[in-house]
Design a protein around this ligand. Sequence first.
Ligand SMILES: [Zn+2]
Length: 283
Amino acid sequence: MLYRRRQPQSGYGDGGYGQPPRRRRGISGALLIALVLGGISVFKYCSNQQENPITGEMQHVSITPDQEVALGLQSAPQMMQQHGGLYPDQRLQDHVKAVGNRLVRNSVSKRSDYTFDFHLLRDDRVVNAFALPGGQVFITAALYERLENEDQLAGVLGHEVGHVIHRHGAERIAKMELTQGLTGAAVVAAGDYSTAQAAQMIGNVINMKYGRDQELESDDWGVRIMIEAGYNPLELIGVMDILEQASGGGNGQPEFMSSHPSPENRRDEIKRAVEKYRSQVTQ
Ligand SMILES: [Zn+2]
């Protein structure tokens, strides 16, 4: 097959053995293609601007909210599997759902089209919480059992709801498409989750690390909806203490903290957000 393909000499590159001019043209041709493709992805990234319907900010995202929901639902089973499945005690499972739903229903978050669902994971070693695009939210048993009160649980879930509302997953996917040439949007749009690329996509989504700004935005959102839903937002600071302690035990940092600004900085920002939103609510 290889030999036969050489005969027509029609394309770029591989027919050029022993023919320097042709070969040089091959390289510059490949370079040109790379430049064009790179240009297209940069152009695509820059032109894919959408206004967030809830926060009003302009964002670089390449998938629709419906596609976020689909991707989240597709990825949820693998997320559960990675953390030992769901926690078997339905009473505690219901507790997590009740607090999450109270946060969403009594706050500005309810204006979104996402269908939120909150899950308690069985994992009793990894102290962490996660949000998938589109509204699937998780907390591990290891974090859940360290919390001292319901307000702290609301703080954790509120922060994760913030990642969903701010569409941080979709922003990450758009960046991945730019830097890795991943055709994420195409895969999601096609709804074809059987391909290797879709598997890679789900892997990326599950192990997604958010950036510092995204974490601060989510803290801010958490504070806001805690106040709106009648929880004590200062308890989110208690969550920071718990996470910091958990990370000091030689087990490494919880992922919840890994890409974050320093806990000091985060506590200050939370206090500032509490003052900001409390004054808005009481007026
Ligand atoms: Zn976070």
